[in-house]
Design a protein around this ligand. Structure first.
Ligand code: CDP
Length: 788
């Protein structure tokens, strides 16, 4: 048994000494949660566990409460009185808000201190004494289901192991048969480690409860305000917080990338604290808390196999995966897909057979499984298939481009039905790869590589020809906590022709104000400068599931077009009335209706808008507005071909990306400059896990990489010049022919880089290196092959 105060190594550490450098104390200049100030506002800070698994023997709050600035200390017992100590996760699992009797991961929330200022709250955290009794820890997911493994979720009835779910897709027996008769079988264990989104802005909220009106207003760093409002109502409805009295405002967000989709305990504690104390409460995580305790991404252990012919024809794919979800399944996958869209792993290739299975397990780590700039596990799927295609190429002696061209789904095979159940809407994979090869000068690079090999120099060329699946999603298959994954647009044209347009999505820097405004401008002929786009306030925006997984354009972008078309329908009736002709006699030309054959006899959309409020036809409702909840008929399937060229220092193993060409296809593009920006940022975020980023744990569950000293996010220095290009293959079912794009580069970049590194070393016998491919790993791989 040990007695300790909060460890100096975990979040919530050493505030009193560190406060001058702590980013929380630098006021922002924008419209961020940390800029929100309410009258009488107090501050909250959190006591966190130094242990990964431990009983809580006692929590002594006396010294903290004696601090003159401390107003309250909230523990699990406080919340239990209101039955708020547990909450549901978005995956229908449960998660502690504050613990009653044990903690299950390092940096878990143990208690919260509310104080008049940030410094006192931080000092109060130091003064809370917690007595722990360490329990055995499960860190390795492969050992999580061993018979002697401690049961982490003994709070869950019937949970007698650390197994969470088994999920599978495809035809097992058909696939096994192909493997049994295959000419060539290759296999590789591929691990994608835990990484963190590491947004510039950490998570936080300001929660204000009005005891008189019963209204709760929460300014929150969330990508999904409506979903959060519903979760708060479900969790706290029994204490009187009903959904119509809850207002979630998501102001500017300093990076979301999937990490701001989950509901974090800190939010719920702050809300509870504001209800209990009647005071507005501000809680903002510091950098370490954010890196150590918020939800993580990836952590997939995959055993991948491909059955092929000797000529390189790919026949069957089999992948068995162990998914480390940490202490709770707090991912935000659609309910039907506990492993997200992972079964898209047959990628751009015409496999006839595939079988994929995933087992999720609990371990003593923070909750994991979020979709970090990724449409729910597509990054893992693309990494697996793009690495494995290279492994087959190596086995049968084909070039990486040749094997891809040979096995791509042909252009005329769309809509294409994959063996794991997806219907790809459109694609031209040969075209994208050909363009990338021409742009980079593929044949010359092969010659150069051969010459360099002669001289003992290490140069590699890596290809990734990925297919994405974005735009969740069709209501028949996609929901989160039962809420269907449509999205919405409400467009109001005011009498003077100006527009307020509101959406259920929430931009975090993707430029929705620009692109949604453009859609409306193009559909209705109203200047972009006359359109105000609003998102993120549940009191005003129509209900929607938010922005993540590149879903905004496929869902809310489509909703905007559909709402505009409804408005156009009504406008036509008003125009007919104004021009005294029948509707059939009218032509639409962007921005106005004119009488067929008489182009000068016309009314503009602005004149129509004025008439909608001043001179509308009798029998027609006044006003000019429309709302559309768009239920997409299918997902969209953006794709691309990326080629990386790397040079490796054979003395140090250091990798330099010399060139990187990215050819993307996201269907019709709304705004080329925004798409270009999305691709540049995404490529950098794809390079990061390929080369630098990883969070790991020692065998006691202590985090390594819990600060930016060890968690190496890339800077401009490491980032190469990205060369981009595009092909355009419209989506046949999206009203604008557009597909999502935000995540394609994060998904496509890692395998291109790793394939290039492995290619540089392939003649030495190297076939695979797990990410992040650090200089040390490269150097060790070279030593191993030399020794062999
Ligand atoms: O959901 P999220 O906004 O992250 O992803 P997205 O739908 O891929 O859109 C990212 C940004 O790129 C938005 O501003 C889109 O409107 C824009 N975009 C575009 O201009 N054309 C496309 N075909 C796809 C996205």
């Amino acid at each position: 048994m040990s007695k300790c105060k909060t460890s100096p190594e975990v979040g919530g550490m050493g505030h009193s000494v560190k406060r001058k450098e702590d980013p929380r104390f630098i006021r922002g200049q924008g419209n961020y949660v940390d800029d929100v100030v309410r009258p009488g506002m107090v501050y909250m800070d959190i006591v966190r566990s130094p242990y990964a698994h431990a009983k809580i023997k006692s929590i002594n709050t006396e010294k903290a409460l004696a601090h003159p600035g401390v107003a309250a200390v909230i523990t699990g017992e406080t919340l239990k009185e209101y039955n708020l100590h547990n909450m549901p996760t978005l995956m229908s699992d449960t998660q502690m808000v504050l613990p009653i009797d044990k903690v299950c991961y390092q940096a878990q929330e143990v208690a919260a201190v509310v104080a008049t200022d940030r410094y006192s709250a931080a000092d109060g955290v130091e003064l809370v004494e917690v007595e722990y009794e360490p329990l055995p820890v499960v860190v390795d997911p492969h050992k999580a289901t061993d018979p002697d493994a401690p049961i982490i979720r003994d709070d869950k009835e019937g949970q007698d192991s650390n197994h969470i779910f088994h999920w599978e897709a495809g035809d097992k027996s058909g696939t096994d048969e192909v493997f049994n008769n295959a000419e060539v079988v290759v296999a590789e264990d591929i691990y994608i480690p835990r990484i963190h989104v590491a947004s510039i802005e950490t998570c936080g909220c300001v929660s204000e409860f009005n005891k008189v009106s019963g209204q709760l207003t929460v300014w929150l760093t969330t990508q999904a305000p409506h979903a959060i409002r519903t979760v708060v109502a479900l969790v706290a409805g029994h204490v009187g917080l009903q959904e119509d009295k809850i207002r979630i405002i998501s102001p500017d967000i300093g990076g979301g990338f999937g990490g701001k989709v989950p509901v974090y305990p800190g939010y719920v504690i702050a809300i509870a604290a504001s209800v209990v104390t009647g005071l507005p409460i501000k809680w903002i995580e510091d950098r370490r808390e954010n890196l150590q305790a918020d939800s993580f991404a990836r952590d997939y252990h995959m055993t991948c196999e491909i059955a092929a012919d000797k000529d390189g024809t790919l026949n069957a794919l089999r992948i068995k995966t162990l998914a480390d979800h940490g202490y709770a399944d707090a991912a935000a996958n659609p309910s039907k897909f506990p492993a997200g869209m992972f079964s898209i792993c047959t990628g751009s290739y015409d496999f006839k057979n595939a079988f994929v299975e995933v087992d999720g397990v609990y371990t003593n780590k923070p909750p994991g499984g979020i979709a970090y700039r990724c449409s729910f596990r597509v990054t893992e799927a693309v990494h697996a298939i793009e690495r494995m295609v290279d492994v087959v190429a190596d086995e049968v002696g084909l070039d990486a481009a040749e094997i891809r061209m040979k096995n791509f789904i042909p252009k005329d095979a769309f809509p294409y039905h994959s063996p794991t159940g997806w219907e790809y809407d459109s694609g031209d994979y040969h075209g994208a790869l050909k363009l990338a090869m021409d742009k980079i000068g593929y044949d010359e690079l092969l010659k150069e590589q051969a010459e360099k090999r002669e001289k003992g120099e290490l140069m590699g060329i890596g290809i990734s020809s990925f297919t994405e699946v974005v735009g969740a999603g069709p209501s028949k298959d996609f929901d989160i906590l039962g809420i269907k994954m449509f999205d919405s647009s409400e467009i109001r044209i005011h009498p003077t022709g100006k527009v307020t347009a509101r959406f259920g999505t929430k931009s975090q820097g993707q430029g929705h104000e620009t692109t949604y405004g453009q859609i409306i401008a193009e559909e209705l002929g109203i200047p972009h400068s006359d359109v105000t786009v609003e998102e993120g306030d549940t009191d005003t925006a129509p209900y929607g599931l938010g922005t993540y997984a590149s879903r905004s354009t496929p869902t809310a972008g489509a909703a905007a077009a559909m709402a505009c078309r409804k408005i156009k329908e009504k406008s036509k009736k008003i125009a007919a009335h104004l021009l005294e002709v029948s509707e059939e006699d009218l032509d639409w030309e962007v921005g106005k209706f004119s009488v067929k054959g008489l182009p000068d006899k016309a009314v503009t959309i602005q004149e129509i808008a004025f008439a909608a409020y001043t001179n509308h036809p009798q029998g027609l409702e006044a006003g000019l507005e429309a709302t559309h909840y768009y239920d997409p008929p299918n997902m969209t399937y953006p794709f691309g071909s990326y080629i990386a060229v790397v040079d490796i220092d054979s003395g140090t193993g250091n990798v330099k990306i010399r060139r990187f060409v990215a050819v993307d296809d996201c269907g019709n593009i709304i705004n080329p400059m925004i798409v270009e920006g999305q691709i540049h940022g995404g490529l950098t975020q794809g390079m990061a896990p390929a080369l630098f980023e990883e969070i790991s744990y020692d065998d006691q569950g202590n985090i390594t990489g819990g600060s930016f000293m060890e968690y190496l996010v890339p800077t401009a220095v490491e980032t190469p010049h990205w060369e981009t290009d595009k092909t355009v293959t419209p989506s046949p079912h999206h009203p604008l022919g557009a597909k999502g794009v935000g995540e394609s580069p994060t998904v496509g970049a890692p395998p291109a880089i790793v394939n290039a590194i492995v290619d540089a070393l392939s003649h030495l016998g190297v076939r695979h290196i797990d990410i992040p491919v650090t200089p040390e790993k490269v150097w060790r791989a070279m030593q191993k092959t030399e020794a062999a």
